[in-house]
Design a protein around this ligand. Structure first.
Ligand code: SF4
Length: 629
């Protein structure tokens, strides 16, 4: 029996939410703003249900801290009992020399010299799982250098890696915290599912569930001119070390062919995608032409990656270790991995063209520096549909949570969860001042030079009057942002743009430093991009984002091919889908400024569609309808 909750000083809305959830069904959803105590409410719900296992899924490692911290509080108060396991991807444990250019590991743990098994005897191996579980309960999962931290905690040399033990510890933990892929991505989820199969009852909590759409990206594969050229360069470099002629690889011919194919692919895509904006996608109309080009790429790459050749190449690479040392050895493994990954992408796209399957699509995409072809699942539910089926067979229950919860239709048709009960609490946190300027609009038919200039001037004026703080400006798309930026006149502020390649943490640290030194910071963000999804600029518990400017309604572009296919595959009207995505993006961006009870933020809504008693600001609950209407 769970002890009394009176020691926890819960807010009234937490108690209400808890009671309502307990009257819910198998799949429930909880909508509460960030900072209002959602995580604690969810954990209490799990405890009240009395489930054997709680799986708490977060978008990134950074978000693991909240449930980990709350659980420790519950243990201290005697409200909960049981261990917590926090999971990190392998790449968080691997040292840099074992990660390829994409940040993916190149080493197999079983063969890895850092594997903790190499540092202990059999007896210690048996107790190590338990020691790691204790370490996971004591060490903040967001701490830098997780490998070293765990190794120290279990009295192993710092280079020893307990990654495999962290997965084994899942079996004995009551609460398992990990990023979405640990349960929802087919290649990764087995690690957890196979270890919880015998649990009597399971509750899966999906934190900030509006981010589930991002899983489709993790499943996508891409081929571009640049990728083919990089692959040719990788082969060139590799052959320098492993001496390809004796492997019967005519590398000069292959490299020449790859360059020629890259050139043809580039030419074709440049022509097809002449009007395609950065950040958008279009359909591939001439699949036959793509098939021909990719077929030649596959023919060229095939002999490099067949099993026999892989053995041969890896033997040669192995040989390099003795003569030239580990760096050369690892660098060559990375080069070979690049070739294999490109081969995989090319063959996956070709397989799809030969044998298209429902729920997936191929598209031409344009990024800032790349134009290519991508294969991806259209809706998030496509990514994990088999896993969900398995979890349902294991009698799992689900709780989807968000500060900006999508509509029940969206959750059902896009995420694949039929929600039995939605519990929504909207306590007033902090202070949001909403201001609307209806003289501007980002409507597609009204986008022109004058309008971009108007936006630029309006934003500059707001920045000029702002206090030293972070000003987050959210544009509907990359193209829109790029068109407005030349008209921004914000000399007294430090400016960061969404399409910069700098690490998010580096940008955040510079922003915090600038504000503390009394300067203003302008973050130019694209709706649904990494700034609005993941940025938190805080000094202690307080957000330093004091102004949020929504520069146009962040609707997806109805011409975008992925968007069109999402509407078709989900069965939702394009208008309904567009509104829902626009609403979530706007509320999510605003949520960046209110992270707790003491935050206050001024929100500027720069679009005529926000204005008026029937405007979006009223419909989306950002302002109350004026009395009399
Ligand atoms: S044992 Fe650790 S360092 Fe080695 S490959 Fe596995 S995760 Fe990476």
């Amino acid at each position: 029996m769970m002890p009394s909750l009176s020691t926890l000083n819960l807010y009234p809305w937490q108690l209400e939410a808890l009671n309502e959830l307990l009257r819910g069904g198998r799949v429930n959803a909880l909508s509460m703003p960030t900072g209002s105590g959602k995580t604690l409410t969810a954990l209490l719900y799990a405890l009240r249900l009395g489930v054997d296992k709680i799986i708490f899924l977060t978008r990134t490692i950074n978000e693991e801290r909240a449930p980990w911290n709350e659980w420790r509080g519950l243990l201290r108060n005697g409200v909960a009992e049981g261990d917590v396991a926090s999971l990190h991807g392998k790449s968080h444990f691997c040292p840099e020399e074992l990660l390829d250019d994409d940040g993916d590991p190149i080493e197999d743990c079983a063969k890895c010299e850092f594997n903790a098994d190499n540092f202990v005897n059999l007896g210690r191996m048996l107790s190590l799982v338990n020691d790691v579980l204790v370490a996971m309960g004591n060490i903040d999962p967001t701490v830098r250098g997780i490998r070293e931290a765990y190794a120290r905690a279990v009295a192993l040399p710092e280079k020893a890696c307990v990654y495999q033990y962290t997965k084994d510890a899942v079996k004995d933990a009551k609460l398992i915290i990990g990023p979405y892929p640990y349960l929802l991505l087919p290649q990764v989820s087995d690690a957890v599912i196979n270890r919880i199969r015998d649990s009597g009852s399971i509750l899966v909590i999906i934190d900030e569930a509006h981010n589930l759409d991002g899983l489709t990206d993790l499943m996508s594969v891409r081929v571009s001119r640049e990728r083919l050229i990089e692959t040719a360069n990788a082969l060139d470099e590799l052959c320098h070390w492993v001496y390809c002629p004796t492997l019967k690889i005519n590398h000069e011919e292959i490299i020449g062919a790859l360059h020629a194919i890259a050139y043809d692919l580039g030419l074709m895509l440049d022509y097809w995608a002449r009007g395609l904006e950065v950040g958008l996608t279009m359909h591939v109309n001439d699949k036959e032409a793509v098939r021909m080009i990719l077929r030649s790429a596959l023919n060229v790459l095939n002999p490099l990656v067949d099993d026999e050749m892989e053995d041969e190449v890896m033997k040669r690479i192995e040989g390099l270790k003795k003569v030239f040392g580990k760096k050369v050895y690892n660098d060559n493994r990375k080069l070979y991995q690049k070739i294999k990954k490109t081969h995989h992408a090319v063959s996956s796209i070709l397989d799809y063209i030969d044998n298209p399957h429902e729920g997936w699509g191929i598209y031409i995409y344009r990024e800032k520096t790349r134009l290519g072809i991508m294969l991806r699942p259209i809706l998030a539910k496509e990514v994990y549909k088999w896993i969900l089926e398995e979890l349902y067979n294991l009698n799992a229950m689900f709780l989807l949570m968000s500060g900006t919860l999508p509509s029940p239709e969206y959750i059902e048709h896009v995420y694949g969860f039929k929600v039995d009960k939605i519990v929504a609490k909207n306590p007033r946190l902090g202070a949001i001042r909403v201001k609307i300027d209806g003289s501007l609009t980002s409507k597609f038919e009204k986008r022109n030079k004058e309008m971009y200039e108007k936006y630029g001037k309006r934003i500059s004026k707001i920045v000029k009057k702002a206090k030293p703080s972070v000003i987050l400006v959210v544009y509907p798309s990359y193209g829109f942002m790029r068109n407005v930026l030349p008209y921004l006149n914000v000399e007294d502020a430090e400016v960061f743009n969404e399409d910069e390649t700098r690490e998010l943490n580096t940008i955040i640290n510079s922003a915090v430093k600038a504000v503390k030194e009394g300067r203003k910071v302008v973050l130019n963000a694209v709706a649904g991009g990494r700034f609005t999804e993941g940025i938190e600029v805080k000094d202690g518990e307080r957000s330093l984002i004091k102004y949020i400017i929504i520069a146009g309604v962040p609707y997806p572009n109805p011409k975008d091919a992925v968007f069109q296919d999402m509407a078709k595959a989900s069965g939702l009207e394009p208008r309904v889908l567009m509104r829902e995505i626009g609403r979530i993006r706007t509320l999510q961006a605003i949520g960046r400024g209110v992270r707790g009870l003491k935050d206050n933020v001024t929100v500027w809504l720069l679009d005529e569609r926000f204005d008026g008693p029937r405007g979006l600001a009223v419909k989306w609950g950002l302002v109350k309808p004026a009395s009399g209407h």
